[in-house]
Ligand binder design. Sequence first.
Ligand SMILES: [Zn+2]
Length: 145
Amino acid sequence: MSYAAQPPVPHRITWHAFLGNMFGVFAPPVGIVYAMYHLWHRGFDWLYLALLIGMYLFSGLGVTIGWHRLFTHRAFKTPTWVRATLAIAGSMSVQGPLLWWCAQHRVHHQHSDTEGDPHSPHLHGGDGFLGTRTWAGSFTRTART
Ligand SMILES: [Zn+2]
């Protein structure tokens, strides 16, 4: 069965999905800033803020540069120590095993927003945020099949 022959999935989003999406996007950073403000100098200070930002950037660059561009798309070559560092940095994002992530992302590019896309927000029984949550949960489903 060829997925390429299927028409693109029409974009549709309901209000409850939109509100869930907005809550999922904005509530965590607002909560973090709120907690930092109330815990400043009482368990949270410049050191922890620097660690938070540094680790966020480290793991984010590990996924975007390492897992995505280097390991999935093989967009560039690096020495072994850089590959190892980017693999570890991406692993710190807790997005599943590296090889599984690369395989899922390659399938995603082959079937973007059509049947067969493992993490389209428009498929898998949910729009927007619900669809992306399915992608995160698909690790356990695909690992067992
Ligand atoms: Zn990609």
